[in-house]
Design a binder for this molecule. Sequence first.
Ligand SMILES: [Ca+2]
Ligand SMILES: [Ca+2]
Length: 374
Amino acid sequence: MIRKTLFATGLLTTTLLASTACSAQPAAAGKPFKETIVADFDSPWAMTFLPDKRMLVTEKKGEMLLVSADGKSRQTVATLTVDSAGQGGLMDVVLAPDFATSQRVYFSYSTAGEGGKGVVLARGRLRPNGGGGERLGEIEALFSARPFVEGNGHYSGRIAFSPDGKYLFFTNGERQKFTPAQDPKMTLGKVLRLTLDGKPAPGNPLVAKGFAPEIWSYGHRNLLGIAFDKQGNLWEQEMGPKGGDEVNLIKPGLNYGWPNASNGSNYDGSDIPDHKPGDGYEPPMVFWNPVISPGGLMIYSGSMFPQWKGDAFIGGLSSKSLVRVHLTGTNAAKGDQWDMGARIREVEQGPDGAIWLLEDGGDSQGRLIKLTAK
Ligand SMILES: [Ca+2]
Ligand SMILES: [Ca+2]
């Protein structure tokens, strides 16, 4: 009911604004897609599609749900013990590259342990449960961020596989502790490159310089999206502080600057030097000030929206928006920012090329929305 009331108020406001506007411009033509509410969840965090068009959806408190393609039915395939305080919980879920034969599902979550809390990479196998449904079994933790520290923020925990399917990229946030992002021995504030078993991948670029063997790139803050494009470029987005949200092109061994360089500033207003040529840090390809609060990242390869093929889509949390970034080769430029009226946590591409969004809300307020061509 609250949702409906808010929605109705929003409509009313929009109508009033439109009717009182004196501009010669017509009212905004609206969004170039149709929105369909498919289902709702309790603080969903991530989703991915199965080959049969069903969806796996994670809920922050620890439920992994298998949802029918039409969204009308669901089953719990795993209830995971996670630490869901603050920004923690059950986080990303991605199918293994060989899912069709292995039934392997990779996921991430935060947990408490010696020293505090940290983000964990894990996997299981999605198999028939003998009762007509499925169950995620053979669950094994593969890798834990180092070190565990106090606090409930900036876990990150996003997963992407290399295009050849051999390696797994895992994001570790800096846990709101700033300096770990530059610490060569900690995995916090890093992009990691691992084997499919969660071990350091061979040939990582900073080992000779004394860095932890998992590290691919460093100087990151809170990395809530990572994805390869069709050319094999690795893109990442991360939340800046007060300003300075970033989309980065991730290259091996490079330092992306946090907390020494940011196009934003500290929450108390004190300055952080902006990125500038020659400072030794990789500048973002795109940045936002004020922030969008990027929650999830998807690079579009479908045909339903041919005009956006190859572009990046980002869910905006505090900005309550869907953001498009135009990608051309290794260049990026701001595209659209559509007001969605709710915090958007996750963006995913569906099997037919539709764009799917998960809102970030609590019980029944985390809606699954399908965007289709008009
Ligand atoms: Ca996803
Ligand atoms: Ca700055």
